[in-house]
Design a binder for this molecule. Sequence first.
Ligand SMILES: [Zn+2]
Length: 214
Amino acid sequence: MIHIQTFIFGPFQENTYIIHDHSGVGAIFDPGCYEKSEQDQLLQYVEAQNIKIDKVINTHCHIDHVLGNEFVKKHFQAPLLIPALEDPVLKAVQVYAASYGFPQYQEAEVDEFLSEEDELVIGETPWKILFVPGHSPGHLAFYQEEAQVCLGGDVLFNGSIGRTDLPGGDYQTLIDSIHQKIFALDDDVTVYSGHGPSTTVGHEKQTNPFCAIS
Ligand SMILES: [Zn+2]
């Protein structure tokens, strides 16, 4: 049994997720917290649920998904895991962070690089890693088979798809990632996206104006 808690942070309305299982150990995905009130919200939840956070993970490294990396890494003394091909994307953030209105942004040191071949365990629960480039060149999604959930980042949204006009983005690559990796999952898999409400694979297959399969 896994539990997924959603937080919505910042002007980009980015979804940060805390996932833990029966073991009480969990991971923070895409910490977008920047303001102290946002940091406090995360800490209060972790404390109230008595979760031991032992990983910080990025699906990809655009600014809205990494703003809180350094804070949570330091606070929980937890390693930061990012997609191997997202390293230059992360490095670029400190160059443009101030111009985006985040002058206090601090880059966190990466502890481990992830790729599709790796195995990820959160608490005692195994997650599969899917390579889904297109929105960002190294983007990864995370799939838990038993719970039928997929953390999709900014690949597929409820009724939309990720933008492809940022460096390393490519429209056809994104559509291929969705069709080959996300739509290969069962129709009733719930997709938790980087922005907006969750959806299901089946719903997007049928109704998404960008990538539905007719
Ligand atoms: Zn993004």
